[in-house]
Design a protein around this ligand. Structure first.
Ligand code: HEM
Length: 412
């Protein structure tokens, strides 16, 4: 593995080419699964590619910290962020960047709300939103960009619902735009070359008034819960409340849209799986898990070693950073039988698409529910999808998936 190999791991363009992305990870799993990676223009790190090693790291949050390095940025951009944040590594801290005991305190604010049973209470409203998306598909008359026009708007509307944001096209456009810039800033077709700094300010413009509104007039939504939370008896710092909103809006939208579009593409490429799901709606739950494994829309998060640690024979030093490669874990030959085949009834399916340990995805019950509802609404109405152009993936080394999926379809 040479310099170019390391450069490719960091390069957002690599993730716009799925074959290349998976070839790099497969090579690392086989030859150097805990790989010291030193891409030009980035601070070096260990890339952790095996399922078992990722679990070993994630289950020890006291030894592997989420702060301060959480995502992969070029050094130049890290310096720009520090400047924009007045000397701190980040503008405000989302829960993904917190460690114990702080992480537990802030995660608990919304933890209860995101449990399966309260989330399932939202089903009727989510079904309405899914029906609306499927109606949009029907109205397009047989051809559309499935990612842009269907898969992406649907989870955005779900997020707006849970944050208690008025369902209007203007708010939809603003959040959609900020999210595209937040995750797709490296892709000139998605984020117009702008990155996380601009996107965070754009989100703040939207969430600052929302935080105030929910404090003054709380309603029955997760935004009101966060805006009115008390930390050690004191009102939550508005900057942290807003970062919470940013995390929910960003994490909850792009991930889910990428999964449903990637799932449809996988079924176009494996028509027997489409037929199986149409004939057996009871498989929807398992199918959604397989889509998450297959797509792995979250490419990484970082951890920092608190002390020296030995992992698979490699001597990790205190202060070293570790990049946790979720898509690699989800193709690990030691865990998944025939990992390269997309099987909607895969069982067991111990994927790490939602992560593991105390930072495991806060929104996973919601993500599962909204994806299951979506496919239950979609499958009976569409006879078959076909490609109507080339699918293309976002250039992002952090979160994302398809940026365009042109399809033709025949309705039942
Ligand atoms: C298919 C959809 C989704 C996938 C694949 C996904 C994946 C992930 C992953 C891999 C992590 C990092 C876990 C770790 O560090 O071990 C994460 C964290 C997180 N996700 Fe998701 N996510 C999805 C949907 C959502 C939704 C719908 C929401 C909320 C509305 C959400 C909110 C969060 C939050 C707040 C965190 C940070 C949790 C923490 O650090 O404690 N995600 N997600």
């Amino acid at each position: 593995m040479d310099q170019q190999f390391d450069n490719d791991i960091a390069d957002p363009k690599t993730y716009g080419d799925l074959d290349k992305q998976h070839a790099l990870f497969t090579q690392m799993r086989a030859n150097d699964p805990v790989h010291w990676t030193a891409p030009e223009g980035y601070r070096p790190f260990w890339t952790i590619t095996k399922h078992a090693d990722i679990m070993e790291v994630e289950r020890q949050p006291d030894k592997f910290l989420a702060y301060p390095r959480s995502k992969l940025f070029p050094i130049e951009y890290e310096l720009k962020m520090k400047e924009a944040a007045g000397g701190k590594p980040h503008f405000g801290r989302a829960i993904s960047q917190m460690d114990m005991p702080e992480h537990k305190v802030y995660r608990q604010i919304a933890q209860e709300w995101f449990q399966p049973s309260p989330i399932h209470g939202l089903s009727p409203k989510i079904i309405e939103l899914a029906k609306r998306s499927v109606r949009d598909l029907v109205a397009k008359g047989g051809a559309c960009d499935f990612y842009k026009e269907i898969a992406s708007p649907y989870p955005l509307r779900v997020i707006m619902l849970i944050l208690g944001i008025k369902d209007d096209p203007e708010s939809e456009r603003k959040i959609m735009d900020a999210t595209a810039r937040y995750f797709g800033g490296s892709d000139p077709e998605v984020g117009q070359g702008e990155g996380i700094i601009e996107a965070t300010f754009q989100y703040f413009d939207f969430f600052e008034p929302l935080n105030k509104e929910k404090r003054d007039n709380p309603t029955d939504d997760v935004a009101s819960l966060i805006a009115n939370a008390k930390i050690n008896g004191e009102p939550i710092d508005p900057a942290i409340a807003q970062m919470y909103f940013v995390a929910l809006a960003g994490a909850g939208h792009d991930t889910t849209g990428s999964t449903s579009a990637g799932g449809v593409l996988a079924m176009i490429q494996n028509p027997q799986e489409w037929d199986k799901l149409k004939a057996n709606p009871d498989l929807t739950h398992a199918a959604v898990e397989e889509m998450i494994r297959w797509v792995s829309p979250v490419k990484h998060f970082f951890r920092t070693a608190k002390d020296d640690y030995e992992l698979r024979g490699k001597k990790i030093k205190a202060g070293d950073n570790l990049l946790i490669a979720f898509p690699s874990a989800n193709r690990d030959e030691d865990v998944f039988e025939d990992p390269w085949s997309f099987r909607i009834d895969r069982k067991p399916n111990r994927h790490l698409g939602f992560g593991f340990g105390p930072h495991i995805c806060l929104g996973m019950a919601l993500a599962r529910l909204e994806l299951q509802i979506f496919f239950k609404e979609l499958m009976p109405l569409v006879k078959r999808f076909e490609l109507n152009g080339d699918p293309r993936w976002t250039w992002t080394n952090f979160v994302g998936g398809l940026k365009t999926l042109p399809v033709k379809y025949e309705l039942e």
